[in-house]
Design a protein around this ligand. Structure first.
Ligand SMILES: *Cc1c(COP(=O)(O)O)cnc(C)c1O
Ligand SMILES: [Zn+2]
Length: 419
């Protein structure tokens, strides 16, 4: 049972149609690169969801767009508040960049502090719809935390595969949410493969990025929110940091939905931002090679949430940029880290390194004159700075900010303040 507006699933490579069914994840012919896209009959959607119906809807979570989501009409969303994050206007940042307007979408405000909650909310609902005993994913970071947290909120059992080298703090968060954590002696790829084998053996529900067709549907709600928050007028450009490419693919999907429903009449340019040390998509974009067959690179960046050897959602991620006349750009790690205090001090929004990369990418785009004085720009801050305090510290130190150290006397303080 799903949303009656869903017509079929369609392979992003060969366009083969599939019926939504338990166990149907990717395309039979194209294998794992053949991620499926959920297709809707927009006439059916618009019978229920309009700008007027939204104005009267008191639900401020991502489920205000449920007519555009692949879930059954009567299904109950998880109790955690997912979506409905603020879109802040940031004139102090816009001024020096010379852009007409700049907004920051603060996804650090999600329940487990990253945009992954939007994806996991849908995945957990699908798992429950199928009556799955266990939902599983491989990840070291925010996707794992989101899956563990949302699962905890509905009493769903989750099993999460992480590479043995995963930072203790992240493992602690998963264990606190009650997830079964499997430490795999190997890297992310090994953890991914083992989770895939476990799915095949025990029939667990598979939330893996690039495999599960529904997670991008959750992520697209961030774009629907931006459009609605701007009064159904699209920005000229949207900046998104890219690892596996699922977020940027989701943003593109949300904008295509908004176009199909007549909510906006121009498609914003999408800019995908990658760390220079994890630039698979930038390389593919620049060289024009086929991402369905381009081999993995060896990624290395301090922005751990966008470190990806082989972006799992690369087909959708490339289309998001090429079909909107945007670009893929790379940013250096130092630039990413320095952007954290820059954004925070000018706007009050606290970003983790992967999230700050999007703003650093905007600076590069301005330098390259891809974005200019006529542009109204939205930047998605995908996760909270509290996720990676050591990364934040590195950025703060590089910016020269330091505390004032004094003995506990007013005289000493007076002296120090004068310096
Ligand atoms: C996952 C993540 C990204 C990148 O999303 P992809 O779908 O992997 O491209 C960016 N920022 C944060 C904070 C993330 O957790
Ligand atoms: Zn296919």
């Amino acid at each position: 049972m799903t949303n009656p507006a869903v017509t079929h699933l369609e392979c992003t490579i060969c366009a083969t149609h599939y019926e939504p069914a338990p166990g149907r994840y990717t395309c039979d012919g194209c294998g794992e690169a053949g991620t499926l896209d959920v297709k809707y009959d927009y006439a059916v959607v618009s019978a229920e969801l309009t700008q007027e119906s939204l104005a009267e809807d008191s639900d401020t979570t991502m489920f205000r767009y449920r007519a555009l989501l692949p879930i059954a009409p009567g299904a109950t969303p998880p109790p955690l508040t997912v979506g409905g994050t603020p879109l802040y206007v940031a004139p102090t940042l816009a001024g020096p960049l010379g852009v007409r307007s700049l907004w920051i979408k603060d996804e650090g405000r999600e329940p487990t502090a990253s945009m992954k909650d939007r994806a996991s909310a849908i995945a957990v609902m699908k798992a429950q719809e199928e009556g799955a005993e266990v939902i599983t994913t491989a990840s070291t970071g925010n996707a794992a935390a989101a899956l563990a947290g949302i699962s905890a909120s509905v009493g769903q059992r989750s099993v999460i595969f992480v590479p043995g080298s995963a930072p203790e703090a992240k493992v602690a968060q998963l264990l606190a949410f009650g997830a079964t954590v499997v430490l795999v002696d190997g890297n992310y790829n090994d953890a991914f493969e083992l989770s895939t084998d476990a799915v095949a053996k025990w029939g667990w529900y598979n939330r893996n990025t690039g495999v599960n067709p529904y997670v991008a549907e959750g992520k697209k709600t961030v774009a629907l929110e931006i459009v609605e928050q701007l009064g159904f007028v699209s920005p000229d450009a949207i900046f998104v940091s890219v690892g596996d490419g699922s977020i940027i693919g989701g943003v593109h999907k949300g904008l295509k939905d908004a176009m199909a429903l007549g909510w906006i009449d121009t498609m914003p340019r999408l800019y995908g931002i990658q760390a220079a040390g994890s630039d698979y998509m930038v390389r593919a974009y620049e060289s024009g090679v086929d991402v369905a067959t381009m081999p993995a690179i060896s990624a290395d960046t301090k922005a751990d949430s966008i470190s990806a050897d082989l972006p799992r959602d690369r087909v959708k991620a490339l289309a998001a940029v090429t079909e909107t006349s945007g670009a893929y750009l790379r940013v250096e790690d130092d630039h990413i880290l320095e952007s954290i205090p820059k954004i925070a001090a000018a706007s009050g929004v606290f970003s983790e390194p992967a999230a700050a990369a999007a703003f650093a990418g905007l600076e590069v785009a301005v330098e390259q004159e891809l974005v200019g004085p006529e542009d109204r720009v939205a930047v998605i801050s995908t996760g909270s700075g509290l996720k990676d305090i050591s990364g934040v510290f590195a950025g703060v130190r590089a910016s020269g900010a330091e505390p004032i150290r004094v003995p506990p006397s007013l005289g000493a303080l007076e002296e120090a303040m004068e310096r």
